[in-house]
Design a protein around this ligand. Structure first.
Ligand code: GUN
Ligand code: ZN
Length: 467
């Protein structure tokens, strides 16, 4: 049956780059979103212009609520479901060793992992995260639980088991041999990639190859993963990892990686150039279906290579503040042309909600020194959390905005459930200029949304809900 959803619509129309997102912002205060039987958008516009129907459509009147495209989280950790706000870790490498590896090791227990999969999906739905690139558990049974529960709940998921072949003692439950790393990853692809529909172009479930980061693997692993990726790239398989997150001099992740591999850039290790002097040792893991989280401390040549290959950045400012990772230079990263999307990085970040990431992005980038400070436009913020995420997942043709023909992924915002948000929307000063007023309202929404305001969540036009 056709569904008509009424409310104030906001989305980024068309397929702009970030620099054009402000101009592409669409606001329809008394709007209607019409979704057909197949879960596709057939109309998005003013209620007054609704096409005639035969009276059989179901009308969902969300007014005075808002409809936004579903949020896309391009970097979040399933085995850190219970590890947010871990105390006593210090910066990245100490935090991993002392807090995170022990937390992730608990997923060795299948019952524990299954319970976490339910919790993880609950948290995603509460946060309105309709699509996500999820850094997976090392344990295949935990990944089975994640994919199974996600399918049951009707969410979109790209995920893969976190691959580690070397690490400190606390990581030992998470390590496998080189051969097992490849075998288990291949098995996960065969078991879960497009398992729901059998067709990668219509599936909600997809698999990624996920080396934790270069310090968790060896040249042999990277070479074998490059060969594996080369053999499955055409099937629409993804790659996910971390890049240039912590640059503490000498002992941080960036220096440690460059010293270990003797490479010119960290990115080279993912680009097949993992031998000393950045000599080519294997096949590249970069491409349109590759997302590298953080990328805070990139050299220009790395950004250029990511842009050239269509590799995206998952920008995670909440986590970068929690772990003292610094601020990704906004202007120069945007200017490189690389696609930037938003990621919570939960449990490095302590928020599940993409609007909280957008809020921190606004704050950290307006605070960059001197001329580098930027006041992000609310249209750019919405773009980062929706359409840019769909682009990072190489599924922009399927979701990410309300263009006619797309699959209807959206959230309903009922501001009355968050008093502070409601007050800001009701009493905040608004410009006489309708365009400016729309921007002010969207900004207040994105800064003020908290989980309880997300009253309904839809994927492909179907409502997803609690257990
Ligand atoms: N680098 C390698 N592993 C991790 C992780 O679990 N979280 C973050 N933020 N960075 C990492
Ligand atoms: Zn991460």
């Amino acid at each position: 049956m056709t569904q008509i959803h009424l409310g104030h619509l906001f989305h980024i129309g068309g397929g702009p780059i970030l620099g054009d997102a402000a101009a592409a912002l669409v606001s329809v205060p008394d709007g209607a979103l019409v979704v057909d039987d197949g879960g596709r958008i057939v109309f998005c516009g003013p209620r007054s212009a609704l096409p005639d129907d035969d009276g059989t459509a179901a009308v969902h009147d969300h007014r005075p609520g808002f409809l936004l495209p579903g949020f896309v989280d391009t970097h979040i950790h399933f085995p850190q479901t219970y590890a947010g706000d871990s105390y006593g870790g210090g910066q990245l490498l100490e935090w991993l060793e002392q807090c995170i590896f022990p937390s992730e090791a608990r997923f060795a227990d299948p019952e524990f992992a299954a319970q976490a999969a339910v919790e993880f999906c609950d948290r995603r739905i509460a946060a309105g995260t309709t699509a996500a690139m999820v850094f997976g558990s090392a344990f295949p049974h935990a990944q089975d639980a994640l994919f199974g529960e996600t399918r049951r709940r009707g969410l979109r998921l790209v995920s893969g088991r976190g691959i580690q072949t070397v690490g400190p003692a606390s990581a030992s439950p998470l390590l496998t041999s080189e051969a097992d790393a490849i075998r288990l990853t291949r098995e996960e692809i065969d078991r879960w990639h497009a398992a729901d529909t059998g067709n990668v172009d219509t599936a909600l479930l997809h698999v990624a190859i996920v080396p934790r980061f270069s310090l968790s693997v060896t040249v042999e692993t990277l070479k074998a993963l490059g060969e594996l990726y080369d053999s499955v790239r055409h099937r629409g398989v993804y790659v996910h990892s971390h890049l240039n997150e912590n640059n503490r001099a000498g002992t941080g992740e960036v220096d440690s990686t460059k010293q270990l591999y003797q490479v010119n850039t960290y990115l080279d290790t993912y680009d097949g150039r993992f031998l000393p002097g950045s000599a080519v040792g294997g096949k590249s893991l970069l491409g349109r279906r590759t997302i590298l989280a953080h990328s805070v401390h990139c050299q220009d040549v790395e950004l250029a290579r990511m842009a050239e290959t269509g590799t995206s950045i998952a920008h995670c400012p909440v986590s970068q503040q929690f772990l003292g990772s610094g601020t990704m230079p906004w202007k120069s990263t945007v200017a490189s042309g690389v696609n930037i999307a938003a990621g919570t990085d939960f449990g490095g970040g302590d928020e599940w909600l993409i609007p909280r990431v957008l809020s921190d992005a606004f704050k950290v980038h307006i605070s960059e020194a001197g001329d580098d400070g930027v006041s992000m436009h609310p249209g750019e913020m919405l773009f980062l959390g929706t359409l840019a995420g769909a682009r990072a997942l190489d599924m922009e043709d399927r979701f990410g905005n309300f263009d006619v023909g797309k699959e209807a992924d959206f959230v309903v915002i009922d501001a009355s459930r968050v008093p502070a948000l409601n007050a800001a929307l009701t009493h905040g000063v608004r410009s006489d200029d309708p365009g400016r007023a729309a921007e002010q309202t969207l900004f207040a929404l994105l800064m003020g949304i908290r989980e309880p305001a997300i009253s309904e969540v839809y994927v492909q036009g179907r409502r997803v809900g609690p257990g």
